[in-house]
Design a protein around this ligand. Structure first.
Ligand code: TLP
Length: 343
């Protein structure tokens, strides 16, 4: 039996042979003592790539986001978020549970908040109100379809927060997909935000790891918060080594994943019973709406060797990545066409 075409997420990518070699050869130390040279190298490289003073290696994107929230806010603060953002919707209520932070969720169109919405959401100085302590943005926006906001759009949102003295955290889990799609450096997308999180373990194909970046003094405090959450790892250079290879060699190839997503979207859009908002296909994701229950459609596709994710009652997500070739995309289209023909 041939292996399934796994389009559930780019998190399923396997490390490359170059990564495995680098992991085996990495110089190591105890990173809680600050003595792992490979982690230090990765943190320096990551900070440089997103244009921040310093960076911190964390096990997951979720921990990176939550470390950022804990570092920026105080208990009882309110964080302005978009209702479909990962930090609000898919991190187990961490804002409230870990930080004691109340979320102020705003509706957005394909993940695009508007400056006026933020302006209206910031609390006035009134004894009844919580203090607005943080603005969280996500770019590219996962649930929005992998859509990318332009650097000037991000800057306009950040400016509203900064005028009121409110810091901004950017969930840039797939910031390099965004940068490649726009043809700008990742630093241009991260520049207006105070802190940024990005993942190595998605399209960049590392087995584990994310980074949080920001001002050096802020990162020193974030390091304490990582320890609090149990993210102080020891010889973590064995993982960081793969991250260095990723940042040096895996960014440019994301364009291939984007081309595959476009091909997949255009092919699926032609099938009866499937609806796709093609302009939202900007990076490596394709969201498909269908009248049938998404779970049922995913089950049928899986039986034909195509794995996709049900992300809503009638919504399915396909994510392209290094471990799905052009031939895999054609095979997914063929099997999807056979599936809808049976309806
Ligand atoms: N996203 C995963 C799932 O959790 C949905 C995926 O398959 O897309 N921010 C964003 C925008 C993300 O998409 C994710 C993971 C995270 C943060 C969290 O990263 P991890 O999974 O490393 O905790």
């Amino acid at each position: 039996m041939t292996a399934p075409v796994d389009l559930r997420s780019d998190t399923v990518t396997r490390p490359t042979p170059a990564m495995l070699r680098a992991m085996a050869a990495a110089p190591l130390g105890d990173d809680v003592y600050g003595e792992d040279p490979t982690v230090r190298r990765l943190e320096e490289l990551a900070a440089e790539r997103v244009g921040k003073e310093a960076a911190l290696f964390v096990p997951t994107g979720t921990m990176g986001n939550q470390v950022a929230v804990l570092t920026h806010t105080r208990r009882g603060d309110e964080a302005v978020v978009d209702v479909a953002s990962h930090i609000y919707d898919a991190e187990v209520g961490g804002l409230a549970l870990l930080g004691g932070v109340q979320a102020r969720p705003l509706e957005s169109r394909a993940g695009r908040l508007l400056p006026a919405q933020i302006e209206a959401a910031v609390r006035a100085d009134d004894v009844h109100y919580p203090h607005t302590g943080l603005l969280c943005l996500e770019n590219p926006h996962n649930a929005g379809g992998g859509t990318v906001a332009l650097p000037e759009e991000v800057a306009a949102l950040c400016a509203v927060a900064h005028q009121r003295g409110i810091p901004v955290h950017l969930d840039g889990a797939r910031i390099f997909n965004g940068a490649v799609a726009l043809g700008v450096p990742a630093a241009a997308l991260a520049a207006p935000a105070d802190s940024v999180m990005f993942c190595l373990s998605k399209g960049l194909c590392c087995p584990v790891g994310s980074l949080v970046a920001g001002p050096a003094a802020w990162i020193a405090q974030a390091r304490r918060m990582r320890k609090l959450l149990g993210g102080g790892m020891r010889q973590a250079g064995v993982l960081a080594a793969a991250g260095i290879v990723a940042l040096d060699t895996m960014v440019g190839r994301l364009a291939e994943d984007h081309a595959h997503a476009r091909r997949l979207a255009e092919g699926l859009a032609e099938l009866p019973g499937l609806r796709i908002d093609l302009p939202t296909v900007q990076t490596n994701m394709v969201f498909v709406d269908t009248d049938l229950p998404a779970d049922h459609v995913c089950h049928e596709l899986a039986a034909r060797g195509v794995l996709a994710g049900a992300v809503g009652r009638n919504r399915i997500r396909f994510v392209t990545h290094k471990d799905v070739s052009a031939a895999g995309i054609e095979s997914a289209l063929r099997e999807a066409s056979r599936t809808v023909a049976g309806w």
